[in-house]
Design a protein around this ligand. Structure first.
Ligand code: ZN
Length: 432
């Protein structure tokens, strides 16, 4: 079998790829028949894993700019209720392309809006991921608790419990292949779901051996909702739904006390850390170092671009480092290698795909090759990558297949995709 040899990278050295996996790392002499990719001075990491996103939100970027989470949601829910399948497809294409361009080889999308019950929105997201060429954790999100029942979202954007469960089964049958597409069962958040939906979703996911995902402990407003409705804090409510387990990862996990951190760690429940979105919405700062010490997998997330207008995972590497140091008041609380670890191995562990996120022999050849031309003066290449200026990948490989080559997506005309999306987004402004 012929190999692809990545030569000359400053970190970690040469890499040989064969059969979609990393075959060797170190000093590698190409053999006759090998393809060679010259990466002189570049920095190679495992492909980044984005553990929390809402791709559809690219249709409503840059709105509700001065709002906290609940007022932001109340302003946006009615607009999201007008999205159609083509809008979701256009947003997913741009969102996944931007993720690939900023180093992601695996992306989790939490999609919880199914206007008019048309669950072909999930087909549209898978279609976009296949075009871009990256791995997708398709989280079949859901909401069944509208305003009239004490939830935050307006009634017209929520679904019926039975319809959600039936559709989730169908989405699993249509799309879960356990390789390029993993389906995840993902009711949205405590203030938009019934207890029945949470309990039945957990049962459904476990029948299929799939992972569970939801938002938890994002804001004090959410905590107060739980105390008022259940008389318990969010983690206690979660445990009552049988959602504390190593097949669950939570978005945000900010407002946790010390005991709750220990419980999440003991259960192996993961947390998707989204530092820019949290800052944008003034939600708070996740206790990342304590969660990791307790044994909880912690990954990194962009969150939707309606609360993180950048839309790329790369800037979160630096933001996570800054946030952890500010929160702890210690400059050594979080190092550049910790950021890379969160964005690769930690994310893969959250998603339950433990062989991803590793730059080691035998692992799938999901690789991000970052330009290093302007970083040669910094002795530590990982510090250079995390703390230096933002960058996009020079090359991106998924299972050894090229997704980005010389800075360009192989299968997407990204400027054209942005233009098409902007046309659609402006229609939503006009409809207000
Ligand atoms: Zn979110």
């Amino acid at each position: 079998m012929s190999r692809l040899v990545i030569r000359g990278a400053r970190e970690p050295g040469d890499i040989a790829i064969s059969g979609g996996r990393i075959a060797a790392i170190g000093v590698i002499e190409p053999e006759p028949g090998d393809d060679v990719l010259s990466t002189e001075g570049d920095i190679v990491t495992a492909g980044l894993v984005n553990t929390h996103h809402h791709l559809y939100q690219w249709m409503t970027r840059g709105r509700a700019i001065g709002c906290d989470l609940f007022s932001w949601l109340v302003e946006l829910y009615p607009v999201w209720g007008r999205l159609d399948v083509a809008d979701v497809r256009a947003a997913a294409l741009v969102g996944l392309s931007e993720l690939a361009a900023t180093g992601c080889t695996t992306a989790a999308d939490h999609h919880y809006l199914v206007p008019h019950g048309d669950d072909t929105v999930f087909d549209a997201i898978v279609d976009a991921a296949q075009q871009v060429g990256i791995r997708l954790h398709l989280s079949r999100g859901s909401m069944d608790l509208g305003e009239s029942k004490g939830g935050l979202p307006p009634d017209h954007v929520v679904e019926d419990l039975d319809a959600i469960l039936t559709s989730t089964e169908s989405v699993i049958a249509r799309h879960h292949d356990g390789d390029m597409v993993h389906v995840v069962v993902a009711p949205c958040s405590p203030f938009s779901v019934s207890s029945e939906l949470m309990v039945q979703s957990a049962e459904l996911a476990r029948r299929h051996g799939l992972h569970l995902h939801t938002h938890l402990c994002e804001t004090i407003d959410e905590q107060e909702h739980c105390l008022a409705r259940f008389g318990r804090r969010p983690v206690d409510v979660l445990e009552g739904w049988d959602w504390l387990g190593d097949d669950v990862w939570l978005a945000h996990g900010i407002h946790l006390d010390g005991d709750e951190i220990v419980r999440l760690g003991a259960a192996g429940t993961g947390v998707a850390h989204c530092p820019s979105s949290n800052a944008r919405l003034a939600a708070g700062m996740c206790r990342v170092t304590e969660l990791r010490r307790a044994g909880a997998p912690v990954g990194m997330g962009v969150d939707g671009v309606a609360s993180n207008e950048v839309g790329g995972l790369f800037p979160e590497l630096r933001q996570a480092l800054y946030t952890a140091r500010q929160r702890e008041g210690r400059a050594d609380a979080f190092m550049p290698a910790d950021s890379v670890d969160l964005a690769t191995r930690g994310g893969a562990d959250c998603l339950g795909v433990g062989e991803l996120g590793r730059l080691e022999v035998g692992a799938p050849a999901d690789l991000a090759i970052w330009p290093g031309d302007d970083l040669g003066d910094i002795a530590d290449p990982i510090a250079a990558l995390v703390m230096g200026p933002d960058r996009r990948v020079r090359h991106l490989l998924v299972a050894g297949r090229p997704v980005v080559t010389d800075g360009h997506l192989v299968n997407v005309d990204l400027p054209a995709a942005h233009t098409a999306l902007a046309t659609r987004a402006r229609r939503l402004w006009a409809d207000r």
